[in-house]
Design a protein around this ligand. Structure first.
Ligand code: NAD
Length: 472
């Protein structure tokens, strides 16, 4: 039997600690508080940063191979604790238990994958006149700030990327989902030397203190566009390096030659997994006029299938929205859409339960300038729009301040690829959506982010380039 109640502790300088502050954590399937954990403030942050700075010279000197070894140990421990962590993740985040297990497994494999990438110096010139080499050295202390939709997976990438490249870390989860991250801190304590990793739960104000802290050299932030802008402004005070992984409003463009039923099932899953609370979920569908009605019908049929419920129940396919504020926002979008007179094909009836449940909603041809299409819904709501000329679909897909990902669906892969190349996004997929890996850069164009995570490109964002130039 897993004791969800705790106690939970912060990790500072290799020691598990409590704090004067307290966070109450709610199970979104019931709306009830089920646990409390310590909330750090300025004093705990100062202690964590000092510990990280003190640990940095030794950790940096250890070299990639020895650091990779620790990261592999971390991945192994994540796997060994997959079931209790998944149960806790479902309790605090809400997602179905199978998806929680996948999240832990994915965090382990992404961490291992990152620690296999080699970062070598690049020789830029080697002739009779000069030898010039480009090297990379670690920045120092990286502050990792994570959101509530996939707290483990979104911590693992930035955390292990920073550690592998020789940095020390202060990690702060969302106040809505701090518990798994604190448990992971306990696991990290036994693997990494004191001070190399510090884990602090806390509210939004703690994030603000981190972005302004003079002892932190870089912020790796995953969260909303609005907060990302605050992070960038605050980090400017100390010219911190930043990586911002922000929101999206991913379009899927569906051409006339697809197998409608098969594609509808894939689109529906990519739009509603984790109840749509995924940065790279499909949030707008543009369908060719010749398949528009059958695709809408097939999506509506998909929307009537999933079993809604608490994530702990193995029968559940769609869990609740993670927190009350987001639930009220999504329900507001549902009400707005209903009032607009748009054609609601599924989801017009919404559950009236104690938890934060929203039924999947499929809407045909809503106002394209309305909130449902323009905003990142972050809920299981799918607007479907019609196009005649593909150039028009591309223009409408690009007509947004977001630029995270998009996808094109067609039997004609060459044509779909040519369309993908015109999309203003960090990732454009063909006949798939949401496929990522440790070796492929991920991040947003436009207001969806700054920089990339994963791959050598992402790893190097935790390092400073240094040119060595020798006159011969
Ligand atoms: P959020 O921006 O509200 O919060 C994210 C984190 O920032 C939390 O830990 C929060 O405490 C902290 N924070 C809040 N105010 C801060 C401040 N002023 N300074 C520093 N930190 C602060 O985001 P959220 O609601 O938790 O997450 C949902 C958003 O995250 C969505 O927009 C989603 O698309 C985005 N997201 C992006 C990616 C990606 O990889 N691009 C992945 C997952 C989620």
């Amino acid at each position: 039997m897993i004791d969800f109640k705790g106690p939970y502790t912060l990790l500072i300088n290799g020691v598990s600690r409590s704090a004067a502050g307290d966070l109450a954590v709610v199970n979104p399937a019931t709306g009830d508080v089920f646990a409390h954990c310590p909330a750090a403030a300025g004093a705990e942050l100062d202690a964590a940063v000092a510990a990280a700075r003190a640990a940095f010279p030794t950790w940096k000197a250890l070299g990639f191979a020895a650091r990779a070894d620790r990261i592999r140990q971390f991945a192994a421990v994540l796997r060994a604790n997959q079931e209790p962590l998944a149960q806790l993740l479902t309790q605090e985040q809400g997602k179905p238990i199978g998806q929680a297990r996948d999240e832990i497994g994915r965090a382990a494999s992404q961490s291992e994958g990152l620690a296999q990438i080699s970062i070598e110096p690049e020789v830029l010139q080697d002739d009779a006149e000069r030898y010039i080499e480009l090297q990379y050295f670690p920045l120092g202390v990286v502050g990792v700030i994570t959101p509530w939709n996939a707290p483990i997976n979104l911590a693992a990438g930035p955390l292990t990327g920073a550690l592998y490249t020789g940095n020390c870390v202060v990690l702060k989860p969302s106040p809505y989902t701090p518990l798994c991250t604190l448990r992971i801190g306990e696991l990290l304590r036994d693997i990494f030397p004191a001070g190399v990793v510090n884990v602090l739960a806390g509210g939004d104000a703690l994030g603000g203190l981190m972005t302004a802290h003079p002892g932190i050299d870089k912020i790796s932030f995953t969260g909303s566009v609005a907060t990302g802008k605050k992070v960038m402004a605050s980090a400017a005070g100390t010219l911190k390096r930043i990586t911002l992984e922000l929101g999206g409003n991913d379009a899927a463009i569906v051409l006339e030659d697809v197998d409608v039923k098969a594609v509808a099932a894939k689109l529906f899953f990519a739009a509603t997994v984790n109840s749509g609370q995924v940065c790279m979920a499909i949030k707008r569908i543009y369908a060719h006029e010749s398949i528009f009605e059958p695709l809408c019908e097939a999506l509506a049929a998909e929307a009537r299938k999933p079993v809604l419920g608490a994530g702990q129940d193995p029968a559940t396919q769609l869990g609740p929205i993670q927190n009350r504020a987001q639930y009220e926002r999504v329900r507001g979008l549902v009400e707005d859409t209903r009032r607009s007179g748009a054609r609601v094909l599924a989801g017009s009836e919404q559950p009236d339960e104690k938890g934060y449940f929203v039924s999947p909603m499929v809407v045909a041809e809503p106002d394209e300038h309305g909130r449902l299409v323009v905003e990142e819904q972050f809920g299981p709501l799918i607007p479907v729009m019609k196009f005649t000329a593909v150039d028009d679909a591309i223009r409408r897909a690009n007509d947004t301040r977001y630029g995270l990902c998009a996808s094109v669906w067609s039997r004609d892969v060459a044509r779909a690829t040519a369309i993908a190349q015109q999309l203003e996004v960090g990732t454009a997929w063909v006949n798939q959506h949401r496929a990522t890996s440790a070796t492929v850069p991920f991040g947003g164009a436009k207001e969806s982010g700054v920089g990339r995570v994963y791959s050598a490109l992402g790893l190097k964002s935790n390092m400073e380039p240094r040119v060595i130039s020798v006159l011969r």
